[in-house]
Design a protein around this ligand. Structure first.
Ligand SMILES: C[S@@+](CC[C@H](N)C(=O)[O-])C[C@H]1O[C@@H](n2cnc3c(N)ncnc32)[C@H](O)[C@@H]1O
Length: 526
C-alpha cells in the first residue's frame, strides 16, 4: 500500500513540475497556482487523522485541488475503506485534465469548474466531514468589481461573513466552504497568515471565533518559506464546524514544522478579539517559562523602575504647595508619595483619575520651550528660575533633557511594587500596590505594565486586575527575596530584571483557564 502510494505521489510530483513549467509565473500568479509540498500535505493529513473522531467516515473536499497534493496525502493517511467519497474542484483545465487521468482509478471526483460559483449541497450526507485546502492566493486587485460583489454576497449566504472589497480570494474560499461542511466537520486551511493582522481579516477572525470552533493556528517561520516560488508567510488554520464550548482554549503554534512546533501558546477563546493582531500570538516567544515550567512575572508584565525626576524636591510638590505657587494644572500630573507615606495598598481614584490618598503629590512636567513659558506662564517661569538658581538645570538628568524641566513620558501602571524594604518576622519586604488612579510613580517603586495578552484579558474583564493583585501578594516572601538582593541590616532591594524573574505560579492558580493547562505546556502563556 505504502509502495503503491509512493509511486503515485512520485507520478503526481512529476506531473506538477511539468504542468508548472509549461505556464508563465504571471499566469500562475493570476490563479494562485502554487502547489503544496508533499511533506507539508502529509503533515496536514496526519493532523486531520488525529483530530477526526475514531470511526468518523471521511467525506473529503478540496475546493482548489490542483493536481491533488492533499488527496494524495489522504490516500496515504486513511484506509480506503474509511473514505466514503472525495471531491475536488479545479478551475484550470491545464491542471484538472491531467489530474483526472492520474486519479482515474481512485474514488476522487475531480470537477472542472469554479468552486466559488457552485451551489453547496443541500443534504447533510452530501456535505464533507473533512475539508482540506490550499486556496488560490489571489489579491483583491486581480478581482473585478462584479466578481467582488458576487463573492461578497455568496460569502454572506454561505457563512454569514461579510468580506469587504479588499479581501483576498482565499478568505472567500474559507467562507464559501462553510456551506459544504457537515456538522462537526473538520477544516484545515493552508492560507497566508496576513488575515491575522490586516483589516480585511477581521471578518474571518470573527467567523473563526464565533461561528465555528477554532482549534489551532500554526504560523510558519517566515524565514522558512513553504513555497519555493511564492513569497508568502503561511499559516495552517484548523477548526471544527461546531459551536465553541464554554471555556474553549485555542492553540497557537509557531515554527518551521507543523508537527513539532518550536513554540506553543494556549489562549482562551474569550480573550481573542477579531480586531486584534493575531500574529503576535503565533510568534517566536521570549523565554516563557524556565526549564521547570515555572511561569515568571516577565511572561505577564513588563517591569520598569518608576521615573527618575532628577530632583524630587523641586519637581514633586504637595498639592497645596502647587496651589500656593499657582502653577498651571496642565503641567502637573499626580505622582505617588513614597511607600512609607502610602497608607493603603489599594489606591482608588476620583472622577478625574486622581488618587484618593493622603499626601497628594504632583509632578511638574512641562514640554514648552523657555521663551513660551516666559511669555505665557509667568508664575511657572518664576518657579523655574528658582530651580536655575539652585543649579537644578545643570544636574545630570536635567541637563540631558530638552527642556530641562520636562519629564519622561510614562503611563500610569495598574500594579506597582515597592523597590526596597526590610523584611520583618518573615513578612515580605516588598508590597504590591493596586493603582486604579492615573498617578505615576518615582523610582522608589517598580511599575508593572501588563503585556498584551494580559492587557486584553483586563480590557474584557477589568475585575481580573484585583485577582491578579491578590495573587501577586501571595507570592511567597522567600521567593521574592530569592530574586532580589540583600544589603546590610536586612535591607532588600529589587531591580526590574530581578522582579521579572520572580515566580508567578500564584497567578496561574488565580486564573483557572491557564491553570488547567499548566502541567501540559511548558511554554504556556495566555
Ligand atoms: C494554491 S493552489 C493549490 C493546489 C493544490 N490543492 C495543492 O495544494 O497543491 C490553488 C489551486 O486552485 C485553483 N483555483 C483557482 N481559482 C479557483 C476557483 N475559483 N475554483 C477552483 N479552483 C481554483 C488554481 O488553479 C490552483 O490549482
Amino acid at each position: 500500500m505504502i509502495a503503491k502510494h509512493e509511486t503515485i505521489e512520485q507520478r503526481r510530483l512529476e506531473l506538477q513540475t511539468a504542468l508548472d513549467s509549461a505556464k508563465s509565473q504571471a499566469d500562475r500568479n493570476k490563479l494562485g497556482q502554487f502547489a503544496t509540498p508533499t511533506g507539508l500535505a502529509t503533515d496536514i493529513l496526519r493532523l486531520a487523522r488525529s483530530l477526526l473522531p475514531k470511526g468518523c467516515p471521511v467525506r473529503f473536499l478540496d475546493p482548489a485541488i490542483g493536481t491533488g497534493a492533499f488527496y494524495s496525502a489522504l490516500l496515504q493517511c486513511f484506509p480506503e475503506s474509511r473514505i466514503k467519497w472525495a471531491k475536488g474542484y479545479e478551475i484550470d483545465p491545464h491542471y484538472a485534465q491531467p489530474a483526472r487521468g492520474l486519479w482515474e482509478d481512485t474514488p476522487l471526483a475531480l470537477i472542472l469548474g469554479d468552486f466559488t460559483a457552485t451551489s453547496p449541497p443541500v443534504r447533510e450526507k452530501d456535505r464533507a466531514t473533512l475539508v482540506v485546502c490550499n486556496p488560490p492566493y489571489v489579491r483583491h486587485h486581480h478581482l473585478n468589481a462584479g466578481e467582488k460583489q458576487r463573492l461578497r454576497s455568496a460569502s454572506i449566504d454561505a457563512a454569514g461573513v461579510d468580506l469587504n472589497g479588499l479581501t483576498g480570494l482565499y478568505c472567500h474560499f474559507v467562507a464559501l466552504s462553510h456551506a459544504w461542511m457537515a456538522k462537526d466537520a473538520l477544516a484545515i486551511w493552508l492560507i497566508p497568515s496576513e488575515f491575522m493582522d490586516v483589516n480585511y481579516g477581521r471578518a474571518i477572525k470573527e467567523y473563526l471565533l464565533n461561528h465555528v470552533t477554532l482549534l489551532r493556528i500554526h504560523r510558519f517561520d517566515p524565514a522558512e518559506l513553504q513555497f519555493d516560488d511564492a513569497l508568502v508567510s503561511s499559516a495552517v488554520v484548523v477548526f471544527r464546524n461546531a459551536e465553541p464550548p464554554d471555556g474553549h482554549l485555542v492553540e497557537f503554534t509557531y515554527g518551521a514544522s507543523l508537527t513539532g512546533p518550536a513554540q506553543t501558546r494556549i489562549v482562551p477563546r474569550r480573550d481573542l478579539r477579531p480586531d486584534a493582531k493575531w500574529t503576535r500570538l503565533a510568534h517566536a516567544l521570549e523565554n516563557h517559562a524556565d526549564e521547570n515550567g515555572w511561569l515568571k512575572l516577565s511572561h505577564l508584565f513588563t517591569v520598569k523602575r518608576g521615573i527618575a525626576t532628577g530632583a524630587n524636591d523641586f519637581f514633586v510638590l504637595a498639592e497645596s504647595r502647587a496651589e500656593e505657587l499657582d502653577l498651571p494644572r496642565r503641567f502637573l500630573r499626580p505622582i505617588l508619595p513614597s511607600p512609607r507615606l502610602l497608607r493603603t495598598d489599594g489606591i482608588e481614584a476620583d472622577a478625574k483619575g486622581w488618587p484618593l490618598i493622603e499626601h497628594r503629590l504632583l509632578l511638574l512636567d512641562c514640554r514648552l520651550p523657555e521663551d513660551k513659558v516666559r511669555q505665557e506662564y509667568p508664575r511657572l517661569w518664576s518657579y523655574l528660575q528658582t530651580g536655575r538658581v539652585r543649579g537644578i538645570h545643570e544636574r545630570y538628568l536635567c541637563a540631558h533633557r530638552q527642556p530641562w524641566y520636562s519629564q519622561e513620558d510614562r503611563e500610569p501602571a495598574p500594579i506597582l511594587c515597592t523597590y526596597m524594604g526590610r523584611s520583618v518576622e518573615n513578612k515580605s519586604a516588598f508590597r504590591f500596590i493596586l493603582n486604579r488612579s492615573k498617578a505615576i510613580a518615582a523610582n522608589v517603586y517598580l511599575m508593572l505594565y501588563p503585556k498584551p495578552v494580559l492587557a486584553s484579558i483586563l480590557r474584557d474583564r477589568p475585575d481580573v486586575l484585583e485577582v491578579v493583585w491578590a495573587a501577586l501578594n501571595e507570592i511567597p516572601w522567600d521567593a521574592l527575596l530569592g530574586v532580589g538582593r540583600v544589603y546590610g541590616g536586612g535591607l532588600h532591594k529589587m531591580e526590574p530584571k530581578e522582579l521579572a524573574e520572580a515566580p508567578a505560579d500564584t497567578l496561574l492558580a488565580a486564573l483557572p483557564e491557564a491553570a488547567a493547562h499548566r502541567g501540559k505546556q511548558l511554554t504556556l502563556t495566555w
